[in-house]
Ligand binder design. Structure first.
Ligand SMILES: [Ca+2]
Ligand SMILES: [Ca+2]
Length: 428
């Protein structure tokens, strides 16, 4: 077993021979490196030997800094570089970088900074004339155009004609007139460049228009929402304005706080009426009415006003049939409604406060608005005045509802209610 583990004499001799070969190869490589190093050292030695005796003064000549530019780098020894930059608005012509050569001269050409001609890209739109300036340009715009690039229409809404005559100086302000009808409804757009794309925006209420997106035109909200599904913009009249709109209401109405609806002015409670002391002021939609409540003039019967809206018959003389058949009371009732009220609709109810007799009858007496009304009973003691068809205003309708009380078919009393209905010209 031991004899097998130990290498033979031959094996050992082979191994030693291989180690010798490896050492020889390393030795050869090492010597090669040394030879190369020696060569480089000799070359360096030769070049140093060629250098002039006074190395300190061996520099390239100083370089000028270009007008409207900068020079970077101050070392003027051979092998060193100097760089040149131009100010904004100028472009470099010549060499951007110059190197000091071994011959102590600079490579390349002395650069100059030349003003960039911004007019070359024709920046003045709409026929404007371009003038090149340092780091920019200026445009002289054609008539009707304004702005730095002549892209905006001249914002002329009004032109005041100058009048030098002192006599008519006061009239000069009044002679202002719109230059064109549409100019007040256009504005220049605001454009910006984002990643090479032009984005133009308008003031609220305006929308982009025009070939080059340079003009913002007012949105006509009144036309746009005329019969929109969301409902009308204004209850009454829509007035388009530059950048918006406003609603107006007819006389007798105020525009509500939301700016879209109309609210009737109560002339009666705000003393904006001209009713006399004897008259009653009745507020109506869009106006007011002055009414005078007068008790009926019937022969042999006299009436007394028991309230501003009610007359009651004085007791009759014995055996005066005319008097006893005259209405016991006449009440007045005034109503204000809007035009085109849907029908049928109960407008008024007449009730007996207390019944003495056994029967109540309700009837519609002759009236101006008879064709619009009917009277019906809603319960034993109540009659209703019913509007049967819509009424287009402006209109004033009258109706007289009579309530008769009977006891065994004998008339006990007649009670009349006179109803006046003021219909507005509008549906509000
Ligand atoms: Ca508008
Ligand atoms: Ca009113």
């Amino acid at each position: 077993m031991l004899a097998q583990d130990c290498p033979s004499k031959q094996d050992l001799q082979n191994s030693i021979q291989q180690a010798h070969k490896l050492l020889s190869a390393q030795e050869a490589s090492y010597l090669q490196s040394l030879r190369t190093l020696r060569k480089k050292l000799n070359l360096l030695h030769n070049s140093v030997a060629r250098l002039p005796a006074k190395a300190k003064n061996s520099t390239c000549p100083n370089l000028d800094t270009p007008v409207n530019g900068k020079k970077l780098g101050k070392i003027l020894f051979p092998g060193h570089e100097v760089h040149f930059l131009c100010d904004v608005g100028f472009e470099l012509e010549g060499s951007e970088t110059r190197q000091c050569k071994d011959s102590l001269s600079w490579s390349g050409q002395q650069p100059v900074c030349k003003d960039i001609d911004e007019c070359l890209s024709s920046p003045c739109a709409n026929g404007g004339t371009c003038t090149d300036e340092v780091n920019g340009f200026s445009c002289v715009c054609a008539k009707g155009w304004a702005g730095p690039d002549c892209q905006a229409p001249t914002p002329t809404f009004f032109v005041t004609t100058a009048n030098t005559s002192p006599v008519s100086a006061g009239a000069a302000a009044a002679s202002s007139f719109p230059l064109t009808h549409t100019s007040a409804f256009t504005r220049p757009s605001r454009c910006s460049q984002v990643q090479g794309t032009t984005h133009c925006t308008c003031e609220p209420g305006f929308t982009i228009s025009g070939r080059d997106n340079s003009v913002c035109t007012d949105i006509d909200e009144c036309k746009l929402f005329h019969n929109g599904q969301a409902g009308r913009l204004c209850l009454h009249t829509c007035v388009n304005t530059a950048g918006g709109y406003r609603c107006t209401c007819p006389a007798g109405y105020n525009v509500t706080r939301d700016g879209r609806n109309c609210k009737d002015i109560d002339e009666c409670s705000t003393r904006q009426n001209n009713c006399t002391h004897e008259q009653l002021c009745i507020n109506t939609y869009g106006g007011f009415q002055c009414v005078k409540v007068e008790c009926p003039q019937i022969r042999n019967a006299t009436y007394v006003k028991t309230s501003s809206l009610r007359c009651e018959r004085n007791p009759c003389l014995v055996d005066s049939r005319t008097c006893s058949q005259a209405p016991n009371s006449v009440s007045f009732h005034y109503m204000s409604v809007v035009s085109n009220l849907s029908a049928p609709r109960v407008m008024f109810r007449v009730s007996a406060v207390r019944m003495i007799g056994d029967t109540l009858r309700f009837a519609l007496l002759g009236s101006r608005g008879r064709r619009h009304f009917t009277v019906q009973r809603s319960d034993r003691q109540t009659g209703e005045l019913l509007l049967t068809s819509p009424v287009q205003g402006p209109a004033t309708l009258d109706a007289e509802v009579e309530m008769s009380e009977l006891e065994r078919r004998e008339l006990l009393g007649r009670y009349i209610t006179k109803i006046t209905i003021f219909v507005s010209p509008y549906e509000f």
